[in-house]
Design a protein around this ligand. Sequence first.
Ligand code: UDP
Ligand code: MG
Length: 327
Amino acid sequence: MDTQTFTTSLSPTTPLLSLVVPFYNESEVISHFFAEVIPELERVPGIRFEIVCVNDGSRDDTLSQLVAFSERDARVRVIDLTRNFGKEAALSAALDEARGDLVVPFDADLQDPPRMIAVLVDKWREGYDVVLAKRSDRATDSTLKRWTAVMFYRMHNSVSEVKIPENVGDFRLMTREVVEALKLLPETRRFMKGLFAWVGYKTTVVEYAREQRVAGDTKFSGWKLWNFALEGFTSFSTLPMRVWTYVGTAVALAAVLRAAYLIIRTWMFGVDVPGYASLAAGVFLLGGIQLIGIGVLGEYIGRIYFESKRRPIYLIRRRHQQELPHA
Ligand code: UDP
Ligand code: MG
């Protein structure tokens, strides 16, 4: 695409939309991605756009393909991270690099339909700061993923003060103000869904049906998703840690009552035959409960440990971009 045409046809005061996209081993989807997304963005009336592609340490030819696109089209910028930092970190990098007045995080695999971008922009024009794109159905996800997602949102939202809207991924539109607010949050372990919800602002929701991946495989295995869910709970609630106070109190109370009962019974009826089995069961049960409690404390202490190092969230190896005429 010729850069001249878009700079002359749109004034520099036209709002700039940044589509921010993390790429990790997405070699198979890149050509589909640009072929679908660029025409859709060009169709959105009254905006200019840039596509901020973050290469999250891909091991295939994702980077060289992205760079080739950026050399042909000044609206495509490539941020190459030094290694795989994970999607949350890649997204943080993309948000930091975005220059737009409007910012839309987007997945490389086209699971979020690009035609929705125009719908998000329309809603923004009605005066909202955040427009969430909500998956109206998860038909393209496996039953297990759907069920675990429902459980996650329910549990998270019942224990955490910051409620995460159900079935809303990272796909959304945010104004510059919201992005600047996000950048103020200092944590290095970033659970983006939670952070997005934390900043607030005037928000509305539009619904869409999520598609299948155009090509390639999901980068999130069951184990990775489980850890992601733990990350979510522990970054936005201390209830899993505090609950042990109550469990401990309840168990101690039960033990006191039982001791009182045993003392009174011994007074009245003398010493009984020793109950070895119930004693052993009690010891194992309490041991187990204590270990779980310690494990939960460990989760939080681990997080404190990571945060206290104050390491940067990601490192950039190189930026590949043409000098933007409007920058
Ligand atoms: N991704 C990334 N780093 C990672 C894993 C994933 O940047 O370590 C990107 C990936 O390239 C894609 C987006 O995050 O653009 C969502 O990943 P995926 O489609 O695999 O997740 P799913 O849609 O299955 O939840
Ligand atoms: Mg996907």
